[in-house]
Design a binder for this molecule. Structure first.
Ligand SMILES: *Cc1c(COP(=O)(O)O)cnc(C)c1O
Ligand SMILES: [Zn+2]
Length: 415
């Protein structure tokens, strides 16, 4: 296998020191936990292997079609079928929000129902590579359920730290996948801190996304797919919601790789969306300063991250792509869930629907132009958190099992 030969080094996003492989630490030894590493590839060598012909030839219909561009030693044919999710051109939604051309990248179609599978599938392979039999993470839900599912599939144990208010659907997934679940009394910050201490103590493989540079390398495959599925004609905008900042960092990295390989000529603008009740990135971008801890006051649990762990990569994704940041209210998120569902048949969890709410806000503010092409990333399946939308919507109507009563109701409704 030639794969690791393409990793040139791991570069610290703070002090910019480059560490040649093999690297057996998660973060920069000089900068500590803040020193998130970025994996840099030998694009000169890769260019002769991965070109447009490579994609035309490749028959694998999962994210492993990209494995030469990834940081794993080998793909595993026993993995869950992560990636190669649908990219739907919208049938009605573009007209109703007033944009020329709109697509939905439906990450809810992944095996455990979210984009997090792209990182977790890599995490379990890295754990196996490094001889670990237990993987661990703290998560608002999806990172955990996807880690548990992907670990179960390959016969690894998982230990998961979740904040107290994780939605039931995500907890049920964890338990069904056989994870050891620790529900931490407190918020995500508390779960993160405890997981870190436990991982240090037991030596489990750490899937905490920001700390582990390989997670972004999994998530970046979503950008490759968007480019490929659009025939390498890139959209003007890609819209994604932001919690820790790893997803948006992965998105940027994927488009960056394609450009560095000469497969595409530019990087789409990236719109980062946060909740009004938890918007540390918007604050930092507005004040042009470092991130400050924020409240975690939103129904969009997957992006309720008061202390984002991947600030540099996420801020750079928006800055270098010449993108923008917007915030959206919980009300707008709930409305967006029903719009995505009723106009396109795509069911999104709150954090995922935030992308539509964000695109609408950006259109209104003149950030996105109505002549633009945009891709919304539906980061997670609505079945993971049915409670908030059920509370929001009226219905169902309750009727006696009687045709006259039904006719009366329907004719009255339609009148
Ligand atoms: C994790 C997640 C996000 C945000 O990803 P970060 O890497 O935390 O920024 C958005 N939507 C959903 C559904 C998620 O699970
Ligand atoms: Zn450093």
């Amino acid at each position: 296998m030639i794969i690791l030969d393409y990793i040139k080094h791991y570069r610290c996003t703070l002090c910019e020191t480059a560490y040649p492989p093999p690297v057996d630490f998660y973060t920069c030894p000089t900068c500590g936990e803040q020193g998130i590493l970025d994996i840099e590839y030998d694009y000169d060598a890769l260019r002769s292997i991965v070109d447009r012909a490579y994609f035309a030839r490749e028959t694998e219909r999962s994210m492993w079609r990209y494995y030469p561009l990834m940081s794993v030693k080998d793909k595993n044919t026993r993995s869950l079928a992560v990636g190669w999710t649908p990219l739907y051109p919208t049938n009605r939604l573009h007209a109703s929000i007033g944009i020329e051309s709109l697509y939905i990248k439906d990450e809810g179609a992944n095996p455990t129902g979210s984009l997090k599978d792209r990182a977790s599938a890599v995490a379990v392979l890295k754990a196996i590579e490094t001889g670990n039999t237990t993987v661990a993470a703290s998560s608002t839900g999806n990172a955990a359920s996807s880690l548990a599912g992907n670990a179960a599939r390959l016969g690894l144990k998982s230990v998961i730290f979740v904040p107290k208010r994780a939605p039931k659907g995500k907890l049920a997934q964890l338990l069904a996948y056989g994870a050891r679940v620790i529900s931490v009394e407190g918020d995500y910050k508390a779960a993160f801190t405890l997981s870190k201490a436990a991982i240090d103590h037991y030596g489990w493989y750490n899937r905490n996304a920001a700390i582990n540079p390989h997670m972004v390398e999994g998530k970046k495959t979503v950008a490759y797919e968007i480019a490929e599925q659009l025939g390498f004609t890139l959209p003007d905008w890609v819209v994604v919601s932001v919690g820790d900042g790893c997803t948006i960092a992965g998105l940027y990295k994927g488009f960056y790789d394609l450009k560095a390989l000469g497969i595409t000529g530019r990087i789409p603008k990236i719109l980062g969306v946060q909740s009004e009740g938890c918007a540390p990135f918007i604050e930092a971008a507005r004040k042009n300063c470092g991130l400050e801890e924020s409240n975690e006051d939103t129904i969009a649990d997957s992006i309720a991250v008061g202390i984002p762990r991947n600030p540099v990569k996420a801020l750079n994704a928006v800055r270098y792509s010449r993108g923008a940041w917007v915030t959206v209210s919980d009300e707008a998120i709930l409305k967006a869930i029903t719009t995505l569902g009723s106009q396109e048949g795509v069911f999104a969890e709150p954090a995922a629907a935030a992308s539509l709410a964000g695109a609408e806000a950006a259109l209104k503010q003149g950030i996105i132009d109505k002549a633009d092409t945009a891709v919304l990333i539906n980061t997670g399946n609505g079945l993971k958190d049915t409670q908030s939308v059920q509370d929001y919507l009226k219905g169902p109507v309750r009727l006696k099992p009687d045709l006259d009563a039904l006719i009366d109701y329907i004719d009255h409704e339609e009148a």
